[in-house]
Ligand binder design. Structure first.
Ligand SMILES: Nc1ncnc2c1ncn2[C@@H]1O[C@H](COP(=O)(O)OP(=O)(O)OP(=O)(O)O)[C@@H](O)[C@H]1O
Length: 264
């Protein structure tokens, strides 16, 4: 049973102190209108945690609230045990939180290299070291460092945006729908890229519309509905949970899974 009730909200999470923890968050854009209605999330060191749910559930709002872009009216956020609720985004970047927005995530008139410089302007002396790290993960960015970001494809821009967020050596990366607007093949690449960053030691919270693919790559996931936790658990477990399939994944998820299983 994966329904989240009370202490079961972080089902499947490893023990120990979480790296990032949000507790009982109420947040919204307009006075008196809450989009988040008491949702919780924890991210443990090394984890890749997904947030899925229907359109308008508040997935992106949760990410923005964690990054100080939407005011939190009630509840707390901690990073490494220290409270960071409503801390400004630039301070969060200094404290090791990176954020990759869904759209407008590169400076189109700047080159790839200049975009990466913008990512580390708060600690410019580390540019060379960090440039080497990110181009090791994404060699294409090193090879094309002089190319204007505006001339890149959607998938390549997404890669630049992720790399820019990695320049400050974050311990936590918040990714807002990295597969949005990409063709199926490019979507797969975006998920593989996410996994690669995670394997390089960065803990990740990823919001995704492509719920099935998200659950496939995540250690754990939360299903949000109307700004509240509806279900949670290990990604692959949620994928096969009849309630989650019926309410949030549709029949396609089971069809595709069965087709992928030998002998099915
Ligand atoms: N800047 C804004 N000002 C006012 N309301 C907003 C703003 N951004 C989002 N909302 C509202 O907040 C609600 C949740 O939006 P949010 O983008 O967080 O949902 P989501 O779960 O990410 O949805 P989707 O999967 O469609 O991207 C929606 O009703 C939306 O209209």
């Amino acid at each position: 049973m994966t329904q989240t009730t009370g202490p079961d909200v972080h089902r499947g999470a490893p023990g120990g102190e979480p790296l990032l923890a949000a507790t009982g968050l109420y947040a919204g854009y307009l006075p008196g209108v809450d989009i988040l209605n008491g949702c919780d999330l924890v991210l443990h060191p090394g984890e890749l945690v997904g947030i899925i749910g229907p359109n308008g559930a508040g997935k992106s709002t949760l990410l923005k609230a964690l990054f100080g872009l939407v005011p939190i009216r009630q509840g707390t956020v901690t990073l490494g045990g220290e409270e960071i609720t409503n801390e400004r985004a630039d301070k969060l970047v200094r404290r090791g939180v990176g954020f990759v927005p869904q759209t407008n995530n590169v400076f189109p008139s700047l080159s790839i290299e200049e975009n990466l410089q913008m990512g580390i302007f708060q600690d410019a002396k580390r540019f060379t070291e960090r440039f080497e790290f990110v181009t090791d993960i994404f060699p294409a960015l090193g090879e094309r460092r002089r190319q204007r970001a505006g001339s890149l494809s959607g998938g390549e821009r997404q890669m630049v945006a992720m790399a820019r967020a990695l320049m400050m050596d974050p311990s936590v990366l918040l990714l807002d729908e990295p597969s949005a607007g990409l063709s199926p093949v490019r979507q797969d690449e975006a998920f593989l890229r996410t996994r690669k960053i995670n394997k390089a030691g960065v803990s990740i919270v990823i919001v995704e519309q492509n719920a099935r693919r998200c659950l496939q790559i995540c250690d754990r996931a939360y299903v949000l509905d109307q700004g509240r936790n509806a279900y949670s658990g290990p990604g692959r477990e949620l994928m096969h949970d009849p309630k989650v399939i019926q309410l949030y994944l549709g029949t396609l998820a089971t069809d595709v899974e069965q087709a992928a299983e030998p002998g099915a």
